[in-house]
Ligand binder design. Structure first.
Ligand SMILES: [Zn+2]
Length: 232
């Protein structure tokens, strides 16, 4: 085989490797999407639990506040019988009114908190159910994807091995020229020429150039796109 034919066949391995690599990237992306779908619900659950915990602590504090106010009210009531003057009575009434209003404020706050807590608990339950469902659904899909990835990885390593073996039969200088061109030409370094048309740039190749390909031993490139020419 001439060098250009060898390189053309080497290119077939590289195209197959590139497409397998692309397919693998897509699978990795799909797997990530499923995994992050589950992870997002887990984060939401953690956030919800955190809020519930914080509200519980707040509720305990409010209950203590209410108890404290209650004791204050009792103390004030004990003083009621000792009231002698109009002034003392009005002071008593003012203090009691203030305490009662504080108490009802605290109780109202706590009630609101409990309502929120109930909603949060319902949301948490919903999230946990959804998480359970999604986890089962995703784990099936993920294991499917993983299976495909394993098969693809196996195929890729086989391709790499065969490419390596095939490349070892090609002169190093030809491989070097091919690699540079492949990097510059998006992986297509060797262009098949059929009916005098270069498949790389779709322009016609002169008879003079075609004769060079036929009779010269060195690699000949398309004058227009610079790809290595291979005649069918
Ligand atoms: Zn060309």
């Amino acid at each position: 085989m001439e060098n250009n034919e060898l390189l053309y066949n080497l290119q077939k391995y590289d195209i197959a490797l590139k497409s397998a690599g692309h397919e693998l990237d897509l699978l990795v992306k799909q797997k990530d999407e499923y995994e992050s779908g589950v992870k997002n619900i887990e984060n939401e659950i953690a956030l919800c639990e955190q809020k519930i915990k914080a509200r519980s602590a707040e509720s305990v504090k409010l209950e203590k506040d209410a108890e404290f106010i209650e004791t204050q009210i009792k103390k004030i009531n004990e003083r009621f019988l000792l009231i002698k003057t109009e002034k003392e009575l009005s002071k008593y009434n003012a203090e009691l009114a203030k305490l009662n209003s504080d108490k009802s404020q605290v109780e109202e706050k706590n009630l609101l908190m409990m309502e929120k807590q109930e909603k949060a608990s319902a949301k948490l339950k919903k999230l946990k159910d959804e998480h359970g469902r999604k986890k089962i659904e995703c784990s099936e899909k993920i294991s499917d994807i993983q299976e495909k990835m394993n098969a693809l990885n196996e195929e890729i390593s086989k391709l790499k091995k065969h490419r390596g073996e095939f490349a070892s039969g090609i002169p190093a200088s030809a491989i070097e020229a091919y690699s540079k061109l492949a990097a510059a030409k998006n992986g297509i370094a060797v262009a098949l020429v059929s009916k005098k048309i270069c498949s790389g740039c779709h322009l016609s190749i002169s008879d003079n150039t075609l004769n060079q390909v036929k009779f010269r031993n060195a690699l000949v490139c398309c004058p227009n796109c610079q790809r290595i020419i291979y005649l069918e």
